[in-house]
Design a protein. Structure first.
Length: 260
């Protein structure tokens, strides 16, 4: 009798482990598939994700190899590339009406700013998200299946969202396509969706891209001003025509960034 009970206990433990592993791999695969199918419909650019690993026991997770492409007519390889991002969530909220994510930390992403007087790639992606979801407050993603709409409308709470160590490659078309590498300050968003209505995946996407675009424009504005001052110093004594041309370029860029 004892042997039978022991075998039953062992069988139950094995079954529980198999179920946990099955849920684990299903969840990881579901997140990856969701990002790669819903992401392009929201942003209207290619979105790729190498892997996702979420522990149901600890509530910790890791995202690797997230790449957000560039919209036409921009030519640089990508807009955002994330090597690693970590997250922490409350496992008990996975089956509740609102998923509670206590923290997301995006580590050392590579961000590309491409543009000039006619606009930039990051603002275009943000405009795409607004268009595909029916405006700044919209959540329904045009072209998404009912199942994808359900994922996009899932209630979330993100207590802390941080982007650290970001590097910005600014390709400024109005300066002849010159690329300048600029470190970005930490981007820190808090208390997203803490109310009863939460925040949806679409709304979270908009806020994150808007924050990245805002900080990128500030960094490019500052860098362009510094380039302009350096160039003015270099062109002193070269004649009034050279100085006048440079002034027109830097003045035009200044007006462009003010519009943002």
């Amino acid at each position: 009798m004892k042997k039978i009970l022991l075998r039953i206990c062992i069988a139950l433990v094995v079954l529980i482990i198999l179920i946990a592993l099955g849920v684990h791999f299903f969840l990881d695969g579901a997140v990856k598939k969701g990002v790669e199918t819903l992401g392009p419909k929201m942003t209207k650019v290619d979105v790729k994700l190498d892997s996702v690993h979420i522990s149901l026991l600890s509530g910790s997770g890791k995202i690797k190899g997230l790449v957000v492409g560039n919209p036409d007519p921009y030519k640089t390889p990508h807009a955002i590339s994330v090597g690693t991002a970590s997250l922490s969530l409350k496992p008990g909220s996975l089956l509740s009406d609102k998923l509670i994510i206590t923290s997301i930390n995006v580590e050392a992403p590579e961000i590309t700013f491409e543009g000039g007087l006619g606009g930039n790639n990051l603002s275009k992606i943000l405009a795409n998200v607004n268009e595909s979801t029916g405006g700044p407050g919209g959540t329904n993603v045009s072209g998404a299946t009912p199942q994808e709409q359900k994922k996009a409308g899932k209630k979330l709470e993100v207590d802390d969202f941080t982007i650290t160590g970001a590097k910005l490659d600014a390709n400024i078309t109005d300066l002849g396509g010159k690329t300048v590498t600029i470190p970005l300050p930490t981007i820190h968003l808090t208390n997203l969706g803490t109310g009863p209505d939460g925040i949806t995946v679409a709304e979270l996407t908009k806020q994150v891209i808007a924050a990245i675009e805002h900080e990128s424009v500030k960094a490019v504005t500052s860098s362009t001003a510094n380039l302009g001052k350096a160039a003015e110093n270099l062109t002193k004594g070269l004649g009034t025509n050279a100085g006048s041309s440079l002034t027109n370029v830097t003045h035009g860029l200044g007006n462009f960034f003010k519009k943002k």
